[in-house]
Design a protein around this ligand. Structure first.
Ligand code: ZN
Length: 772
């Protein structure tokens, strides 16, 4: 490369002198092409699919966007004594696609717990360092639990059997004639399975058994054969449920009856249709109070009542009836151990009920914090996306659980047996509630394909969780002191550094299938959440980000977005080209590392530098052939002479002085700044991700100046860039990313002079301190 040409161009530019067009052309031609690495700023045309009439280039649904609909009528029976569940369901499937469908695919997710499940056979890791006793017993000693679906019948709407083929967790219904575009079909499935103990095998659904009183608390999900998604992107979703990649589900309407022991307390997705039949008079009275209580929850079932119910073991049953409109899934929780509280939350012009269900083992923590956390989540998320459209959001306490469904979710956070609890348990519980209730927005309403893209719901939700946690902290002085911040586990830039700086062989790009990554937590939750947080706070700014994020949420509310729909919308709604950001943070495992490499000091001179002399000699030029030129002489070079020091530019450059006399009025000359110090600062970027170059300059008088150079500063040279500073004050210190907002993995190269050495800057700082 030719540094000289670069310098000449910039020196001439700096002083506004005219340079011959021919010389400019020379400068361009002589650049070595390989030096200018543009790959980070290349548009993502190769990674993105071509926009079409289903999905527009703007990131919005296209004019031909469609989605399928699956409606369910279900009759569910819980056999509490034998921990079995059975059901009969009629699915009405609407084919809104332009395609005729030759067969239908139904998901049988419980088959991941079948005796012959292939999931355990995928483990290729060898012997563990250690095993939990239950894990060891399960893996090597006990018979595998038999928790797969037993399909008793599949019939058409006239009751005639339909042929079907089960492939692990998927069932193909072989319909006699293709389901034509625009038509619908109804068919019924009868099924049952053994409910697992979720505390043993970490299932997302199951029961916890309480040996002290002999009761179970059930949190039931993925419990019925569910339609797979058919879309313009994947056709039929055909990725099996192996255990990590979650779910892809179409929207539909549900009409569900759930029969449980008569002394159970139950809540579920959907509006309760027969409250009069399942509520006592007292419960009804309290419910009416709760609907008007906006500041604190009202107990519908008290701890005393729940403890009395624990001893009952009713043999008769009660049927709870629900209807849910436009939901992508269905779940319920039931037990005679449940305490139940609720309060109203104003969301827009509507009232939403924030609800909690918990056994006494959750208290006193749960009665204090759960419903409050639900309410905060609905408020914060609604503000950043859309008004929460459902009528309630329920948080159910279930040991070790953190799992989400429409309107209802399972959450951990259990105090010690004596009711005491640590801060870790308390904040863990508040955070998981915010996270799981937050999943109502992503992916229950903004219905992304979790099976394919874990980050689209987990990452967006964890990002929003951080905002909600911080607001929860501000609004609850009893939990977080007024001058303190809520201790969010994820979100802040610095928190993702250990992961991004880690062993590359265990890191995958965010754009990976959740089944195929080693560290799913940081991969699908922490890193995308941090990437969005940095995007909001540092790259785009809150105003542009918030508008774009809201646009995405509203465009894809009750629809099925893909990653590109998100990426495109964020750019489309903000006029910020972010392809470089998606490329760096989402498509690679690169990290951020930007530093300050060196500083050179210059003084203004009228005398050609040695480099310039050579340039003129090479071309047989004399000074008379060129316009009047101004030079910067580096302090540590032959060009420097001591009399240049401490002078203003017009004192040491006759050419500049003449230029000003000839071209500026006296008034204009009086306004001119006369910088005495010129610095060329070299910033380097060992990390692969381009980021804004955030710099704090400190001057000898103790003042500081903060400058953020846009990320595009790296567009031509991805490794190193130089800035020239012209200043009236002496520069004594430079810090890159002073507030640690970019997730820079190595800050030892972030300061000039280097921090380790006892520098003039340190001494200077000490003096300042001493002065006070
Ligand atoms: Zn989650």
């Amino acid at each position: 490369m030719n540094r000289f040409k670069y310098c000449l161009a910039s020196v001439l530019f700096l002083f506004g002198a005219v340079v011959m067009a021919q010389e400019e052309a020379d400068v361009k031609e002589e650049r070595e092409p390989g030096h200018y690495n543009q790959s980070k700023f290349k548009q993502l045309y190769e990674e993105f699919s071509t926009p079409n009439t289903y999905r527009s280039a703007s990131g919005a649904p296209g004019p031909d966007y469609y989605q399928q609909q699956a409606d369910y009528v279900m009759d569910i029976h819980l056999d509490d004594k034998n921990a079995k569940i059975s059901g009969e369901e009629t699915i009405t499937y609407h084919n809104n696609s332009p395609d005729d469908l030759e067969y239908l695919w139904v998901q049988l997710d419980q088959n991941v717990r079948a005796k012959d499940s292939k999931s355990p056979l995928r483990d290729g890791n060898g012997v563990n360092i250690a095993y939990t006793a239950d894990n060891f017993a399960q893996t090597y000693i006990s018979e595998p639990f038999d928790g797969g679906f037993n399909i008793e019948s599949v019939t058409d709407d006239s009751g005639k059997p339909l042929s079907y083929t089960i492939n692990q967790t998927m069932m193909r219904i072989n319909i006699p004639q293709p389901l034509k575009s625009g038509e619908k079909i109804s068919f019924s499935i009868k099924w049952w399975y053994n409910i697992p103990d979720h505390t043993v095998n970490r299932a997302r659904s199951g029961y916890e058994y309480f040996p002290e009183d002999g009761n179970r608390a059930y949190v039931i999900a993925q419990f019925f054969p569910r339609m797979a998604v058919y879309s313009d992107v994947e056709g039929w979703q055909n990725h099996q449920f192996w255990g990590s990649g979650e779910f892809a589900l179409p929207f539909g309407n549900y009409d569900v009856s759930i029969t449980v022991p008569a002394d159970h307390i139950l809540d579920a997705t959907g509006e309760l249709q027969n409250r009069d039949e399942v509520f006592s008079k007292e419960m009804m009275k309290r419910y009416k109070q709760a609907k008007k209580s906006y500041d604190k929850p009202v107990l519908i079932v008290t701890q005393e009542e729940a403890e009395a119910a624990e001893k009952g073991f009713a043999t008769d049953t009660k049927t709870w009836k629900f209807k849910a409109t436009n939901v992508r899934d269905y779940a319920f929780a039931t037990s005679r151990k449940f305490i139940w509280d609720m309060q109203a939350v104003k969301i827009g012009s509507k009232d939403v009920m924030a609800v909690s269900l918990y056994p006494k083992e959750g208290n006193p923590l749960w009665e204090e914090q759960s419903t409050k956390a639900v309410a905060q989540t609905l408020k914060t998320y609604s503000k950043h996306t859309f008004d929460y459209p459902y009528h309630k959001a329920i948080s159910v306490h279930a040991k070790n659980q953190g799992m989400e469904y429409p309107m209802i979710c399972w959450n951990y956070g259990r105090p010690n047996e004596d009711g005491t609890y640590s801060d870790r348990v308390k904040y863990g519980m508040i955070s998981v509630i915010i996270h799981e209730v937050g999943h109502n927005f992503f992916p229950m309403i903004v219905n992304s394909d979790e099976r394919q893209w874990g980050w689209m719901d987990e990452g967006l939700d964890t990002f929003m969780q951080y905002l909600a946690e911080q607001e929860f902290g501000k609004n609850n002085p009893d939990v977080i002191a007024p001058n303190e911040k809520y201790p969010s586990r994820r979100g802040e830039a610095a928190k993702i550094v250990p992961y991004m700086a880690g062993d590359q062989s265990y890191i995958s790009p965010i754009m990976s299938n959740p089944e195929n990554v080693y560290q799913l937590g940081p991969n699908a939750y922490g890193k995308p959440a941090t990437a969005l947080n940095i995007l909001r706070e540092t790259v785009m700014g809150e105003e542009l980000f918030d508008h774009a994020f809201k646009t995405y949420a509203q465009r894809w509310m009750f629809k099925h977005p893909t990653p590109e729909d998100f990426f495109r919308t964020m750019e489309d709604a903000s006029a910020v080209d972010l392809d470089w950001y998606w490329r760096g943070w989402f498509y690679t495992t690169d990290y951020v590392d930007i530093g300050v490499k060196g500083v050179k000091k210059y003084y203004v001179s009228n005398k050609p530098t040695k480099e310039m002399e050579k340039y003129m000699a090479d071309r047989n030029l004399t000074e008379a052939d060129l316009p009047p030129l101004v030079y910067l002489a580096e302090e540590d070079s032959e060009d420097f002479s001591p009399e240049l020091k401490g002078k203003s530019p017009t004192e040491t450059s006759q050419n500049l002085k003449e230029f000003m006399m000839d071209n500026m009025t006296e008034a204009e000359r009086a306004q001119v700044k006369e910088p005495k110090y010129f610095y060329e600062i070299t910033f380097d970027k060992p990390g692969g991700i381009p980021m804004p170059l955030i710099v704090e300059y400190t001057y000898a008088d103790g003042t500081t100046e903060n400058v953020t150079y846009p990320p595009e500063i790296w567009r031509k040279n991805d490794a190193e860039v130089k800035r020239v500073m012209a200043t009236e004050k002496e520069l004594v210190g430079i810090v890159v990313d002073p507030k640690l907002e970019t997730a820079d993995i190595d800050t030892t190269n972030n300061a000039w002079p280097k921090k380790e050495e006892k520098s003039d800057f340190d001494k200077f700082k000490e003096n300042i301190k001493g002065d006070k």
